[in-house]
Design a binder for this molecule. Structure first.
Ligand code: FAD
Length: 288
């Protein structure tokens, strides 16, 4: 199934869930349980991240195949160009096609271990170059990332939107946003994108986090604004997982209600490989 068809054909918001490949066999077994639990929420598709630099290339491929073949759910691997040659990426993309994969989230990625981004080759500098490569096969539905609060490397939100248009015009079908805690950033971004000539779906990404300290760190790296009241609670909670899940669930429910009321085409949940918070959000929203 092509994900662009899901967005086109569904009147209701398309629910999708993102996972990462675990490091151990035990981690995989636990993740399969999470897949089963979330399956009851009838997700439209599952996506699997790709460790920039290629560290998870094999496990990512294995997982997306398993999701489709054994769990019967459309899957989408993420793919980054950091440290990859054009030949390597083309081989990998062909392998995905041969394994029945029809969707790819095409990304630039960040340097493994952090630091300023340096492109490995002139041919693959930005996500738009990955989109170009994937479109060559004329087979995949392509998603890309969007950054409602501006990408940390970008000069301005206006430039970022122009660059988003470049990758959508290069052949991408939809965009999924970085997580945010204030919906106004998302709606303003969508309005700016529409005014900038972008008409493809821009799907909000929501993070039902499970550790407040970790999510504050991610937010700092991405330049995600945390509203004062939420930040105060996150700081108080620290590493307390139970309280983090409760806070994250309340926050995500509030955000999703507003997003759904205002007619978003879908919601993408960064599940952090944990079913409980995403499931309770969907239950409280009356989706399951
Ligand atoms: P790009 O679109 O290439 O943008 C990067 C920067 O370059 C931006 O500042 C942009 O404005 C600028 N730019 C783009 N094109 C041009 C141009 N033609 N000329 C000049 N400047 C340009 N990372 C992973 O490593 N693995 C994952 O699986 C992963 N999954 C993600 C999923 C989602 C939904 C999101 C939102 C992000 C994900 N990321 C992942 C993070 C992502 O790789 C980083 O945010 C990365 O820094 C930028 O990737 P991008 O694809 O947005 O890059």
């Amino acid at each position: 199934m092509k994900i662009s068809d899901l967005y086109r054909e569904n009147d209701n918001a398309v629910i999708s869930c993102e996972f990462f490949a675990p490091k151990s066999e035990k981690g995989f077994q636990n993740l399969y349980k999470v897949f089963e639990q979330l399956k009851q929420a009838l997700p439209a598709f599952y996506s699997v991240t790709y460790g920039a630099g290629g560290g998870t290339a094999r496990p990512t491929l294995e997982l997306v195949c398993k999701i489709q073949d054994e769990f019967g759910i459309t899957s989408m691997p993420h793919l980054t160009c950091v440290n990859h040659s054009k030949e390597y990426l083309l081989d990998y993309i062909h392998e995905l096609k041969d394994n029945g994969i029809n969707n790819i989230l095409a990304l630039r990625g960040d340097m493994p271990g952090g630091g300023s981004y340096i492109s490995h080759t002139e041919e693959l500098r930005f996500a738009s170059d990955v989109v170009g490569l994937v479109s060559e096969l004329n087979h995949f539905c392509i998603g890309v990332a969007a950054h409602p609060e501006g990408h940390p490397d970008s000069v301005s939100l206006e430039e970022d939107i122009k660059n988003l248009k470049i990758k959508l015009d290069a052949g991408a079908d939809f965009a999924i946003t970085q997580f945010f805690f204030d919906n106004e950033f998302y709606f303003k971004f969508v309005e700016m994108a529409r005014n900038g000539g972008i008409d493809k779906p821009i799907i909000p990404g929501i993070i039902p986090f499970i550790n407040a300290n970790h999510v504050m760190k991610f937010a700092k790296m991405n330049g995600t604004h945390i509203p004062d009241a939420l930040k105060k609670q996150m700081v108080e909670i620290g590493d307390d997982r139970k309280m983090a899940v409760e806070l994250a669930t309340n926050q995500a429910v509030r955000q999703c209600r507003d997003l759904l009321d205002r007619g978003v085409p879908g919601i993408h949940f960064f599940t952090l490989n944990n079913s409980k918070p995403t499931l309770s959000v969907l239950q409280r929203l009356g989706i399951i």
